[in-house]
Structures are given as structure tokens and as C-alpha cells.
Design a protein around this ligand. Structure first.
Ligand SMILES: [Zn+2]
Ligand SMILES: [Zn+2]
Length: 719
């Protein structure tokens, strides 16, 4: 391509992407035959987007700092060339320019740091990276910026890739003098700080993490200690209140955390406030655990206490614990608003994994927009009883003082719910119930006000939709309880009405706690965190109770006894066994929770012949009977039905096998650990060119191929 001699002849480019990088631009040769640079002209207000794009390079995640900068006042020049600058900034990859590794010098103090929204680890050491570019704000046209790319490759003076996943020395036992803080260690350290773990312990784990890559070294340890201390100070000083005004504060948070926001609609005359939060880690978990599995909604949390209620989308992780993968803060659950953010969420998942799809969506509120969910997720909707069970049990315990009355009321309500299977006239049963407990005035007042007007809607939802399991109920409740403990502890009562506080709490403490749980389990480290995490649902706690600890009273099986594992003298009594509405007298159950005793008793009960199955099992049976009763004659329709049914059976068999496989931590640990074999770094010979960006002005076809391969790389990182 020809060399352009005037800035006026360089085309202006304004890529549509939010953030863009060098590969998204067409580069022009600018100068003369003896000396020319590769340049591109963009609007000045897009410079930050370009820098963020360059920082987020998959192969070389980095930051750029301003190595040199100059400025002129407007009007200070009488005569000037058309490429004269108003502002001149030389941006350098922060893994350079100094070389702090083998044979490297000492790092001079930096005057400028560019604070981008990029999440890549801030480089901990100089690797002599030579990648750099200049941004010139044009004197003649200050609304334009000329980018001059001097070196696009992240290589050192010897021409070797010197950082990022492609740098062979960044990982593995050889990288002694380069404490490369990978994202995982950084996230681990941040999580521990947020969870309030003492600094010595954090440092110990941090150094352990680094030593997996670097080996032990006094200098490495002292750098690590400084790093952990600094990070702790930064986190301690960080506050949710970015502005005194909550709305302005949220706007700033959204601006600074664009990568964690999948939908934002500020309050206006026509639109209500909606903020959809999903970090990149949550997106990965949603794609990983939600694909071909179920996604669950925990709706309207904190409707009375928070400024706006919180809606959470969860998936079941490898232990079938509920993992929050998106938070939506809003008061509006109108169809148009919901469809906007749901579509944004699905689009986000599809932009990373186009084939991502969900097999089922579980709701906990009969008033949910079921049609909308079914259309958007393209899957059946299931209903979970956990919320209704919890509300009833809590209010029974609170409003009736006699335990026998409590048991009986709960049992009768359970019977009304079970009546959806037919045989009982629901309205008659309800009337009888209201009469029989008319003396329980407090509870009846609550029941008449909160449930009676809409009980038919709830029952018909249960009748018409498949019902989710007790394990799902236990997992959802565990999330709910954790959320309550984190948000409603007494120290922040004044902050509950601020949205910025809620956002801060979710994205720091709660997010960190889930991140660390998963990390501890998958890497089989942090044993106490791991154990606590495994035991965090009543289902898992129930699995630890041996079968012989459960006994039933007699042939009627009105109640069961569970012998305590800690003190064999104490026993718990579970009334109405075999039902989701079984009532236990332990303290956990008395707070309205689904306790391990109820779950254990029901597990044992299900294996006794002739006993009623749980609601979800009954609902499963119903579907199977429906399938069986579908009239199919001896035609090809029968062949097809047979093939489909066989397919489903195969899939379910695989699922059962997977569920019975042991601890995932040990599975992961059994995998062989492979370091890339290191042949030693040589400083002679041809520099590597394999990983360079496509050449300037490359034809659009090769650009597309490049982009695709980049996307594939991104995908393979997720898996
Ligand atoms: Zn670099
Ligand atoms: Zn119990």
C-alpha cells in the first residue's frame, strides 16, 4: 500500500464495538519513503476504548502505562504541521520497558498509571516488553487522535514473547525471578481479604500459590508480602459510597464496572430502575453449569427491607449447590422490562458459547411470568415448593405457641397441597382447615390476608407444572440463608436503603465467598472452607446421617425418630414423615428451615414399600404415566416415540452414573499435571513471529479468520 504524506488523507475510523483493539483497525503507512509509521485515526473520545481493547488481548493480557507525556496550550503555536500534537502520550506495555528478570535492571518509580477497567493482573515485574504506541491528540483537530503503533508484539529485545500464556517462562518451575501473579492467585487473595481472614494466613496462602510457579525465594516472599498488604489497604479503604447521592453513585459504579453489568436502565419518567450484574466468572459458571441443566430463580429477596428487591439467577454446581450467576436489582417485574434484561443475559451467554441452552427453569413464585421464561429460555418451567413451605413454617412457629398445634397445622396444609393429585376437594379441605384452627387467631389472620386470596393460583401452578426436588429446595434455601446472613447483619441497618451498598456487598463479599468455595473444592485446598462449603446444604448434611439412626414409631408411621450423631442420648422427632411438609423439632427447623432430619427421614421413607412418594417424585410419575397413555398406534409414529423415549432413558442413565461418582476434588487431583517442557531460553537466532498480530492492511478475510480463532481461544479458556 502507498505511503500517505498528509494526515488529511488518513481515513477516520470509529469501530462499532464497545472496546476495540489494533486488529479491529486498518493501519495506514504515514510519512515518507525513508521513514514512515503505521498509524490509524480515531475520535479522541474513543482512545480509552482502544486502550481497554489492547489490554484485554487474550494472548497478552496486560495494562498500558503512560511512559511519556507532553502537552501544549491551545493557541500557543502560530504555525504548525497537520500532525502536530496538542497532547502527546507514549503508552508502554506495563511488562516493560525495563527488564527485571534475568539480567534486568532496577525498576524506576513510575509517575503515571493508567487506571483502566481492565481486570488483568497488574504486572508484578518488568519483563522488558517492547510493545508500545503513541497517541497524539491533533493540534489542528483536537477531537481526533492519531495512533502510531511502533511495536505491536509483546516481545523483549531478543524478540521472544515475554509474558502472557504464551510465555514459556511465566509458568512452570523455571520462572524463579519473575513472580507472575496470575488472575487466580489474585482472586484468591482478594476473596480471603473480603472474607476477613487474618493477613498472616492470607500471605501464607498467597506465597504457597506463587511458589507453585516460582519456587521459594526471599525476594519473592518480600514482594508478595508487600503486595498482600497493599491489596488489603486498597480493599479496606474502598467504599460503596462513590457519591453521597445513591443514584449518582450507582451510575459511577456501572461506568467503572462495565464488564460486570449485563443490563442497566436508570430511573426515568418512562422506565423503572433495573440493574443486572454478572461478573465474568459468573458468566463462565452460568455457561458451564447451566448448559443442558436447570437454571433457578430466587425472586423478590428483601422486598420489605431493601430499596429495590433482589432477583437472583442460580445454577447447580458440581455438588448441586446453588451458585448465584446473575443478580438483578429492580422493582419492576413487568413483562417488557423482564424480557429486556433476560434477553440481554441470554445474548451475553450466546456471544461466548453460541450453543448454550438450558434444559429447565425452576421458579419459586406462582406469580412469575411463566410464558415469558419458557419462550426466552426455550425449555420447560418447573416449580419449587421451598418458598411456600418456608413462609408457612416460619409463621406457624412464630404465631402458634403449642408444638402439637404447630405440627398439626403444618400437616394439614401439606395435605391441602397434596390434594392437587385428586381425590380431595380442595376448597372443602381449606374450609375445614379454617374452621378447625379458628382459635389460632394470629396465624389465621396471616393466612387469610396473605394466602387465601391467591391459594388457588399457587395450587394450580403446582398442579400444572413439574415440581422440583427437595435437594433443590435445600440448595435454594441455603443460598437464601447465606444472603440473609451477609446482608441483614446488624452493622449495616442504615445502608439497606442504598442500592450502591447492596451492589458492593454482592460483588465483593458474597461473590468472593462463592469464588473461594468453588476454588477450594476444585483444587482440593483450603480444607476447612471446602468442608464448610460441602456441608452448606441440608441435603449434604442429611447424607451424613446413617440409615440406622432413623426409626419409625409403629405401623402407622405418624412420626420418626432421628438419633443425634453428636450426642447419642438426644433424638429429634419428625412428624408427618414422607412429606415435604414434615415437621421436625430441632432448632434449625424451628427457624423455618428445611432441616437435615426431615430430608433424611424422607430419604429413608421413600424406600419403604407402599408409602406415599414425595411431591417431585409423584410429579415425575405423573409425566411418565402421561407419556405411557399417549395413544400411539402401530405406525411409524410408534417407532419415533420409541426412539425418543430410548434417548431420554439413555440420558437419564448417564445422569445417574454421574451423580453417583465420588468427590470432584479427587477426580481433578487424579488428572496428570503437565508443564510445558522448557528447552531453555536462547538469545540468538530468529525472533519468534508466530504470535504476531495480522499484518497492517491485511485483507478482510484473514482478519475474520483471526477473529474466529481468537474467539475459539477465548472459548477454550472457559472450558
Ligand atoms: Zn507486553
Ligand atoms: Zn431437624
Amino acid at each position: 500500500m502507498d505511503i500517505v504524506e498528509s494526515v488529511r488523507k488518513i481515513p477516520l475510523q470509529d469501530p462499532p464495538e464497545e472496546d476495540f483493539c489494533a486488529a479491529d483497525l486498518t493501519w495506514t503507512k504515514f510519512g515518507n519513503a525513508e521513514h514512515h509509521d503505521e498509524v490509524a485515526l480515531i475520535p479522541y473520545d474513543r482512545v480509552d476504548d482502544f486502550i481497554i481493547g489492547e489490554c484485554s488481548n487474550v494472548e497478552w493480557p496486560t495494562r498500558f502505562h503512560i511512559e511519556r507525556g507532553r502537552k501544549r496550550a491551545i493557541g500557543s503555536l502560530k504555525e504548525y504541521k497537520d500532525d502536530e500534537y496538542l497532547e502527546y502520550r507514549l503508552y508502554w506495555c506495563s511488562f516493560g520497558p525495563e527488564n527485571y528478570g534475568e539480567g534486568g535492571g532496577i525498576l524506576p518509580s513510575r509517575r503515571y498509571r493508567l487506571n483502566t477497567r481492565n481486570r488483568a493482573a497488574r504486572p508484578q515485574s518488568m519483563r522488558g516488553c517492547t510493545c508500545h504506541f503513541v497517541v497524539k491528540r491533533l493540534y489542528a483537530r483536537p477531537y481526533l487522535a492519531l495512533i502510531i503503533y511502533n511495536e505491536r508484539r509483546h516481545i523483549n529485545k531478543s524478540g521472544f514473547v515475554c509474558h502472557g500464556p504464551l510465555d514459556r517462562d511465566a509458568i512452570g518451575p523455571g520462572a524463579k525471578n519473575v513472580p507472575y501473579i496470575c488472575n487466580e492467585i489474585q482472586q484468591q487473595t482478594m476473596s480471603m481479604i473480603y472474607l476477613g481472614i487474618p493477613e498472616e494466613n492470607i500471605l501464607e496462602k498467597h506465597i504457597e500459590g506463587i511458589q507453585r510457579y516460582c519456587g521459594s525465594d526471599a525476594k519473592v516472599n518480600s514482594l508478595a508480602s508487600q503486595y498482600v498488604h497493599k491489596l488489603g489497604m486498597i480493599i479496606k479503604r474502598s467504599t460503596h459510597e462513590l457519591d453521597l447521592d445513591d443514584q449518582a453513585s450507582i451510575r459511577m459504579w456501572v461506568e467503572r464496572n462495565k464488564k460486570s453489568v449485563f443490563f442497566y436502565q436508570d430511573t426515568s419518567e418512562s422506565d423503572p430502575f433495573v440493574l443486572g450484574i454478572q461478573t465474568e466468572w459468573q458468566l463462565q459458571q452460568m455457561i458451564r453449569f447451566g448448559h443442558c441443566s436447570v437454571v433457578v430463580a430466587d425472586s423478590t429477596f428483601g422486598i420489605k427491607r431493601l430499596k429495590y428487591p433482589l432477583f437472583t439467577l442460580l445454577v447447580f454446581d458440581s455438588r448441586q449447590h446453588a451458585l448465584p450467576v446473575a443478580w438483578v436489582i429492580t422493582r419492576s417485574f413487568s413483562k417488557p422490562d423482564m424480557s429486556k434484561w433476560l434477553n440481554a443475559l441470554i445474548d451475553r451467554a450466546h456471544s461466548v458459547e453460541p450453543g448454550w441452552r438450558v434444559s429447565g427453569f425452576v421458579i419459586d413464585d406462582a406469580a412469575a411470568e411463566i410464558d415469558l421464561l419458557r419462550d426466552i429460555f426455550c425449555c420447560p418451567v418447573l416449580f419449587s415448593l421451598w418458598r411456600i413451605r418456608r413462609s408457612w413454617l416460619r409463621n406457624i412457629v412464630k404465631k402458634c405457641c403449642n408444638i402439637e398445634v404447630q405440627r398439626e397445622i403444618f400437616k394439614r396444609l401439606g395435605a391441602i397441597v397434596y390434594s392437587i393429585w385428586g381425590g380431595v376437594n380442595t376448597s372443602l379441605a381449606l374450609e375445614q382447615f379454617l374452621q378447625d384452627f379458628v382459635d389460632q387467631t394470629d396465624f389465621m389472620e396471616y393466612f387469610r390476608a396473605s394466602w387465601l386470596p391467591k391459594i388457588e393460583m399457587w395450587l394450580s401452578t403446582m398442579r400444572n407444572f413439574p415440581l422440583a426436588s427437595q435437594e433443590a429446595s435445600g440448595a435454594l434455601e441455603a443460598y437464601h440463608v447465606k444472603l440473609k446472613a451477609k446482608l441483614f447483619d446488624d452493622s449495616h441497618l442504615g445502608a439497606l436503603q442504598r442500592v450502591d451498598w447492596l451492589v458492593h456487598k454482592l460483588t465483593t463479599e458474597l461473590h468472593s465467598s462463592y469464588w473461594l468455595d468453588r476454588f477450594a473444592d476444585e483444587s482440593d485446598s483450603f480444607q476447612s472452607v471446602k468442608e464448610e462449603y460441602i456441608a452448606s446444604t441440608s441435603w449434604h448434611r442429611a447424607l451424613r446421617i446413617p440409615n440406622n439412626a432413623v426409626t419409625f414409631n409403629d405401623k402407622d408411621r405418624f412420626f420418626a425418630k432421628v438419633v443425634s450423631q453428636k450426642e447419642s442420648k438426644s433424638t429429634r422427632i419428625v412428624w408427618n414423615p414422607g412429606s415435604e411438609f414434615a415437621f421436625c423439632d430441632c432448632a434449625w427447623s424451628m427457624q423455618g428451615n428445611l432441616c437435615k432430619h426431615v430430608i433424611k427421614v424422607n430419604m429413608v421413607f421413600e424406600n419403604i414399600k407402599g408409602c406415599q412418594p414425595s411431591m417431585s417424585l409423584k410429579s415425575f410419575e405423573d409425566i411418565l404415566i402421561d407419556l405411557w397413555r399417549k395413544p400411539v398406534d402401530g405406525s411409524i409414529a410408534l417407532d419415533l416415540s420409541l426412539a425418543w423415549t430410548q434417548q431420554i432413558l439413555d440420558q437419564i442413565e448417564k445422569l445417574v452414573e454421574l451423580n453417583n461418582s465420588p468427590d470432584i476434588g479427587t477426580v481433578v487431583n487424579k488428572m496428570p499435571l503437565n508443564w510445558v517442557s522448557k528447552k531453555g531460553r536462547t538469545y540468538t537466532g530468529k525472533p519468534t513471529l508466530r504470535y504476531t498480530l495480522p499484518p497492517a492492511n491485511s485483507n478482510p478475510k484473514s482478519l475474520i479468520v483471526y477473529k474466529r480463532s481468537r474467539k475459539r481461544k477465548r472459548l477454550s479458556q472457559l472450558r
